[in-house]
Design a protein around this ligand. Structure first.
Ligand SMILES: [Zn+2]
Ligand SMILES: [Zn+2]
Ligand SMILES: [Zn+2]
Ligand SMILES: [Zn+2]
Length: 492
């Protein structure tokens, strides 16, 4: 495969990737298998060979080394090289036992990284150069958690001491844990996820070099074999930085910045983060309590209303937002259509119409409205999908999973509405036909966004469904056109 990127270096950024030639939208920039897979820090044991979750407390060990826990029924290849080293290790490192690895699943990922130092020097050289932000992490909650959950058990079991490696200094495990936290990608296991804790952590060395930008230019997908494919979500010019967003594009500036500071230890200074209006989407805009205009933004460390020039302290507003956030989380989990709508009207008294919290509830409303086939609900759903799609065009330009889903839902609602209106003779066949043609266009757009998703993922399945829907829709348009033609002939 042609290499479309080069590694560049600059002082504040460290190493990052740039395009080695012009790259077209949708073009594959790289494909890479993970060098390591593990569970989250609140971990469960996983099979060393295939990374699937192990549910029993006494799993069968790998039949070659007798140490690594396995699922007992896979042909996974993730443990091959490591197995040879672990067989050798068995004699010198007595603390490393199947029981230890099963009882301490949270140590396995950092430990497996460290072991690569002894059997895969190339990996280790690349790995240890990755950013770890040790200085910023020292003394923080996460640093102490790793010290207690990873460093301590490995030292108590004398595993670190028995490695007898003078290179392995006191900071080695905090460094490894830092590198993992900063550079890891969350990947969904093939069996799917019930909650965020089921996601695996995958270490991909080249993709980890991509710099962050909230308006990134790549689309990332991971298939059942954990192969990561990175495509250009937008056209990229030769020499331009290849970027990826570590945050959720539908979160506001505050939440994204928080996430980046706490998890990745940097402050993003992208075009969107520097703009309190979030590129005029109003994703973080509030209603000014004094003049009631939805124009209040956070600028120069305080909330300002450009309409009436009144300023407000951050503390006061933050409390309002925290309360709103609680209500939103509650509705997202348990809300009915009625409560969700009620919450939106309450929130609209303090937040701008397109505030991220309202958008979040609106997404829930869209999915709940899909279960209501009546005309009013369908019209509401169409309006909400159009609104969301417009915002996504700004916040996630180019290929976007969110946009694909929004457009798919929009086409569905619009097709349904046309059908109901035509059946009740509210519109003519001609009008119905144009509605269907418009839906076809929207559906094609949705497919353009979703087509890159691996077939086994929920979005991949949606893409397959969209392709079938497109065939059905095209057939309906054809039938209608024949009908219309016949009608005009009989009228003549
Ligand atoms: Zn397995
Ligand atoms: Zn083995
Ligand atoms: Zn940013
Ligand atoms: Zn005002």
């Amino acid at each position: 495969m042609e290499v479309l990127y080069k590694v560049a270096f600059s002082e504040p950024l460290g190493r990052y990737l740039i395009a080695s030639r012009n790259i077209k939208q949708g073009e594959i920039i790289m494909k890479e298998k993970p060098r390591l897979l593990g569970s989250q820090i609140a971990a469960f044991p996983i099979c060393f060979k295939c990374a699937s979750r192990i549910y029993t407390s006494s799993p069968p060990p790998c039949n070659e080394c007798g140490l690594a826990p396995t699922c007992g029924q896979c042909q996974g290849t993730l443990h091959k090289k490591e197995c040879i080293y672990m067989r050798k290790m068995k004699e010198n490192v007595s603390g490393m036992t199947l029981q230890f690895l099963c009882e301490n699943p949270q140590v396995t990922m950092p430990l497996r990284c460290l072991l690569m130092k002894y059997y895969d020097q190339d990996f280790w050289k690349e790995f240890i150069q990755l950013e770890c932000h040790l200085k910023e992490r020292r003394g923080t909650y996460i640093y102490n958690l790793h010290k207690y959950q990873v460093d301590k058990p490995l030292r108590d079991a004398k595993i670190i001491q028995d490695l007898q490696d003078s290179d392995v200094h006191a900071d080695i495990l905090p460094t490894i844990c830092g590198i993992l936290d900063v550079n890891i990608f969350e990947v969904r296991p093939p069996q799917g996820v019930q909650g965020p804790e089921d996601c695996l952590r995958g270490l991909y060395l080249t993709p980890a070099l991509m710099a962050h930008d909230c308006l990134c230019n790549t689309h990332l997908s991971v298939d059942d074999d954990f192969m990561m494919t990175i495509r250009a979500s937008l056209p990229i010019n030769e020499g331009d930085m290849i970027t990826f967003s570590y945050t959720n594009g539908l979160q506001g500036n505050f939440d994204r910045q928080n996430h980046l500071q706490q998890g990745k230890y940097f402050t993003c200074a992208c075009r969107r983060c520097l703009d309190p209006t979030e590129l005029n989407t109003g994703l973080s805009t509030l209603i000014c309590p004094k003049c009631r205009h939805a124009t209040m933004i956070f600028k120069h460390k305080q909330w300002q209303c450009p309409q009436c020039s009144k300023n407000y302290s951050n503390r006061m507003i933050r409390t309002t937002l925290a309360l709103a956030k609680d209500k939103v989380s509650n509705i997202l989990e348990f809300g009915t259509l009625k409560n969700a709508k009620q919450l939106v009207s309450t929130l609209q008294r303090t937040l701008g119409t397109h505030h991220s919290l309202i958008i979040e509830v609106n997404q829930k409303i869209i999915s709940l409205l899909s279960q209501e086939p009546d005309m009013t609900s369908t019209l509401e759903k169409i309006a909400l999908c159009k609104d969301l799609s417009k915002i996504l065009q700004v916040l996630e330009p180019g290929i976007s999973r969110h946009q694909g889903i929004a457009q798919y839902e929009l086409h569905k609602a619009q097709t349904h509405l046309g059908k109901v209106q035509c059946n009740s003779s509210q519109i003519t066949l001609d009008q119905y036909c144009s509605i269907l043609k418009e839906s076809e266009g929207i559906l094609k757009g949705a497919i353009g966004h979703l087509i890159y998703e691996p077939k086994s993922t929920p979005e991949g399945r949606l893409a397959q469904k969209a392709l079938t829907d497109l065939q059905v829709l095209r057939a309906s348009v054809k039938d209608l056109e024949v009908k219309i033609q016949k009608n005009t002939k009989t009228h003549k």
